[in-house]
Ligand binder design. Structure first.
Ligand code: CU
Length: 355
């Protein structure tokens, strides 16, 4: 009886052992299945990494929103509304000006698309006078070129909406801006950036962070008053200088991790030449308007003329608060005044590089 009981216990012990093994194997199978699912899911990224290509990093435009879009049948549609509004350009000695802009933003929201997509911009004019939009650097047909009195004989009247159809044909940095009384409407603020991204880029071209900046220069007489686009005629000069619509004192400070490779896309939407300088790190001039530089070179400072684009990169190799600014000395003031503690203001940005 006792033997029989021992035998039964042994059988139970064996069964428990078998059960444990089976459960373990089952668990292993589940883990394997999860691993297989994960592998399948990650296959694309692994293949991409093996072939040396990675997905492009989506750029951000500090202090400026992205322009919402809809992609239908390979056509990405954006909507812009031009209007007059108040915008804070600096914190001292004045603050806000009456500007003309798109979708309530200075510069206009950044339109982001991918290569191969056709672009459509539906533009509504809520300004007190006609306007047109030109797409700077894109390869549109002449009827979509938006030059008042030249390629667009019927500008968009106040209250009207007009549609532009475009094909960028290559990735890069582009701009959209008014081409009706250009010198007046552009300098009141009617301009913004378009970035066309490749889906993938080579590992060597890949960046961890991608920042978009439009530089602009302004003059206006008193808080809240309209932008004066020909200040020289009243013996003054453009004396407020901004990156993405903000002097440094009014701007955010992007945070970057040590070791990050950073791309800066710059567009000069102003009436002046600017000399852009990065503290702490060499800049590599990799491309202009998306056209690869056949021989990228390193530089600390680059000159950017009106309407020009630069795409430069740097590796944020050490922590600290690193200044990127226009090196024209007057352009680092707000109306001739330096900032708190003698700091540069105007056309300047601080990148906060942290471990
Ligand atoms: Cu400058």
């Amino acid at each position: 009886m006792l033997r029989k009981l021992n035998c039964s216990t042994s059988i139970i012990k064996i069964s428990l052992k078998t059960l444990s093994i089976l459960m373990f194997l089952g668990l292993v199978s589940v883990i394997n299945l999860t691993a297989q699912t994960k592998t399948r899911k990650d296959d694309k990224q692994i293949i991409e990494a093996r072939s040396g290509i990675v997905r492009s990093t989506i750029p951000v435009t500090p202090d400026v929103p992205d322009l919402p879009s809809e992609l239908v049948d390979g056509v990405r549609t954006f909507r812009l509304t031009a209007s007059v509004f108040q915008h804070q350009l600096e914190t001292f000695p004045k603050q806000s000006a009456e500007v003309w802009g798109y979708n309530g933003s200075i510069p206009g929201p950044t339109a982001i698309a991918y290569e191969g997509e056709k672009l459509r911009f539906i533009v509504t004019n809520n300004l007190p006078e006609p306007t047109t939009v030109h797409f700077h650097g894109l390869h549109q047909n002449n009827e979509n070129d938006g030059v008042a009195g030249v390629s667009q004989l019927n500008p968009i009247k106040p209250g009207e909406t007009y549609t532009y159809n475009l094909d960028p044909e290559h990735p890069g940095s582009f701009a959209y801006h008014s081409h009706y009384k250009t010198a007046e409407q552009d300098l009141k603020g009617l301009e913004g950036m378009i970035v066309v991204l490749p889906y993938y880029e080579k590992q060597k071209d890949h960046v961890d962070r991608d920042f978009v900046f439009t530089v602009q220069s302004w003059f206006w007489k008193s808080n809240g008053s309209p932008i004066v686009v020909f200040p020289g005629t009243i013996n003054k000069e453009f004396n407020v200088h901004t990156m993405n619509g903000k002097t440094r004192d009014a701007a955010t400070e992007p945070t970057i991790r040590v070791g990050d490779k950073v791309r800066l896309r710059l567009y000069n939407g102003s009436n002046l030449y600017h000399s852009m300088h990065e503290h702490g790190f060499d800049l590599t001039v990799e491309s202009q308007n998306g056209h690869k530089n056949p021989a990228p070179y390193e530089i600390t400072t680059f000159d950017i003329g009106p309407g020009n684009f630069f795409e430069v990169t740097f590796v944020a190799s050490k922590p600290g608060k690193w200044l990127f600014h226009c090196h024209v000395p007057h352009h680092t003031t707000n109306e001739t005044m330096s900032g708190p503690g003698g700091s540069p203001v105007g056309m300047a940005r601080v990148f906060n590089v942290v471990n």
